[in-house]
Write a protein that binds this ligand. Structure first.
Ligand code: ABC
Ligand code: CA
Length: 528
């Protein structure tokens, strides 16, 4: 009996019910399920311009979890999972998963119910979290007016707001239109769900609770949050019962801040705009980033902590489509890993992918051969490791606000103790210098740039001047912090160091549930 109970609870891969604070020390790998990995390891052609399903599945993701975990990531954000419109639309097939037709079924192109459960369990067995993307705002129509009866469960016209398309100017002066008019266009209208109707609200709240429970989801990325009235979200987030992070696609902190009151967190679009502008060319403006970061720290509910910090995603042109200078890209990649937010890396960045606007930015990853030796892959490993080492060395790292110790036209010195990041947009033919003053380094302390394992020594005041090479960024960590984190230079980037043993992964996975249960479940391993 006891054995049966233990067996069933282990097989059910209990949800970790991860809260906002559980997510704070995580690093997230965002992938497009259709484009990440095939279940049989094959490499079919995948022309992004065709906008067709290319063959990636949840089983494919399971097979490639070593690849993700070897970079150090401990959470994976997958595409929306529910059934979408079938066949070819004006904008191709629904391979990205955002064109919901039926919220009660899964998208069979990605696998079965068992496959999604298996992915969740495989992640949990490694101590990793699963984040699922969800769309509440709309259902996708392949004709105008839509055939409402083809949707499940909202299948009559009155389940939707009256049709009107959101206009560009509405984003600045008509929030009601943003919430109640429709996204999309006449070729493919996104029928706007009537989230003012209490029955519909109840359906959504029950649905999200069930989704999280059935698939042991640890966090939810919510699409189009600004297109639904703000007071819809607190009950939805509560029904999810796990960390919720909302997409509010706007560059104004003054606009985005209100949404940090109704969901746990937001994707940090306001910082993303100045980040890209800073590093897309050697003449980019670096001063807007510190200003926006300060505004988010001052006005968001939890400061900038827990925001989703990203450089690329599935909606925006990759930075590599805007500059050929890999030193600029390497600098920009650092920011999400040294700021206050939760770092999110969009799959393919680690392979140097350079796709432009949607659909070009949704390349098949198998075409890269999943290289683990190229420069961008090594850079990614170093960034994840630097953040994790800093958090391990200083228990206040995650709750200490990032600061800019200096910023000028082409360099930034970023401090989040114990680390200091040195950034520049001077480009690969430059030899930048940074003066680091006021960091928490001790007199004569030994310090490493962990990205290259170059050693420096602070002066008698704990200050130092660093000269870089080829316009590359640096991340400084004192030897004392490396030691405290159980890491060292050289070999800071050695990926083998990051593969946890399965027992360690299991026990750390279970800790949030409560130590008694954890102890029992760890003991349960001996039955297998
Ligand atoms: C398809 C084609 C595209 C084609 C488009 C018309 O139709 O693929 O090539 O151009 C999904 C698919 C897309 C698909 C769309 C529409 O559906 O992934 O491939 O595009 O069918 C989320 C998701 C996104 C998803 C959807 C829909 C929503 O992340 O992947 O798209 O479920 C708005 C929404 C935002 C949404 C985004 C795509 O559209 O708010 O939630 N993303 C302004 C508005 C924004 C608006 C943006 C769109 O334009 O304010 O609200 O986003 O272009 C800054 C301002 C911003 C401003 C920008 C342009 O400038 O601060 O506010 O954004 O300065
Ligand atoms: Ca709406």
């Amino acid at each position: 009996m006891l054995k049966f109970l233990l067996l069933s609870s282990v097989l059910a891969a209990p949800a970790l019910a991860a809260s906002a604070s559980d997510w704070q020390n995580r690093t997230i790998y965002q992938l497009v399920t259709d484009r990440f990995a095939t279940p049989d390891g094959s490499s079919p052609t995948c022309n992004t311009e065709d906008r067709k399903y290319c063959g990636g599945t949840w089983q494919g993701v399971i097979k490639k979890l070593d690849y993700i975990q070897n970079m150090g990531f401990d959470a994976v954000w997958i595409s929306p999972v529910v059934k979408n419109v079938e066949g070819t639309t004006a904008y191709g097939e629904a391979f990205h998963g955002y064109w919901t037709s039926d919220i009660t079924q899964l998208n069979s192109h990605f696998g079965s119910t068992d496959d999604l459960k298996a992915l969740s369990k495989a992640l949990h067995d490694r101590g990793m979290y699963l984040m699922v993307d969800v769309v509440v705002n709309h259902m996708a129509a392949t004709q105008d007016p839509p055939n409402f009866a083809s949707f499940t469960p909202f299948n009559t016209q009155s389940d939707f707001h009256p049709e009107c398309l959101i206009q560009a100017s509405d984003y600045f002066n008509n929030q009601t239109a943003v919430e109640q008019c429709w996204l999309g266009d006449s070729k493919m209208p996104l029928a706007d769900v009537n989230t003012e109707d209490q029955n519909i609200v109840n359906t959504w709240n029950t649905w999200i609770g069930d989704l999280v429970k059935n698939y042991s989801v640890d966090g939810v990325r919510i699409d189009t949050v600004k297109h639904v009235r703000k007071d819809f979200w607190p009950d939805f987030a509560k029904s999810a019962g796990v960390f919720t992070i909302g997409e509010v696609l706007d560059n104004r902190t003054t606009y985005v801040k209100d949404y940090t009151q109704v969901v746990d967190s937001v994707l940090d679009y306001p910082d993303w705009y100045p980040l890209v502008n800073a590093f897309m060319s050697t003449t980019g403006n670096l001063s807007a980033l510190p200003e926006t970061v300060k505004a988010s720290q001052d006005t968001y509910k939890n400061g900038a902590f827990n925001t989703g910090a990203f450089l690329e995603n599935h909606d925006q042109p990759r930075l590599g489509s805007q500059t050929n200078d890999s030193s600029l890209i390497m600098n920009a990649m650092v920011w999400p890993f040294v700021g206050d937010g939760i770092p999110i890396l969009y799959y393919g960045q680690e392979q140097g992918y350079a796709g432009g606007a949607d659909p070009a930015n949704r390349e098949a990853l198998w075409l890269s051969g999943y290289s683990t030796t190229n420069a961008m892959f090594n850079h990614t490993v170093g960034l994840v490791a630097a953040r994790q080492a800093a958090a391990k060395a200083n228990s206040n790292f995650l709750s200490t606000k990032v600061q800019f110790l200096s910023s000028n036209a082409s360099t930034l010195v970023v401090s989040k103790p114990p680390l200091v990041a040195l950034l520049t947009n001077q480009g690969s033919s430059s030899t930048p210098t940074w003066t680091v003053n006021g960091a928490n380094f001790s007199a004569n302390e030994e310090i490493y740039d962990v990205l290259t394992c170059t050693k420096y020594t602070a002066d008698g005041n704990g200050a130092l001047t660093v000269t870089g090479s080829s316009g590359k960024p640096q991340i400084l960590l004192p030897t004392s912090a490396l030691t405290a984190a159980g890491r060292s230079c050289p070999n800071f980037n050695a990926i083998s160091a990051k593969q946890p043993s399965s027992a360690a992964a299991l026990s750390s996975t279970l800790l949030p549930i409560g130590s008694a249960v954890a102890a029992v479940l760890v003991a349960a391993q001996f039955f297998f």
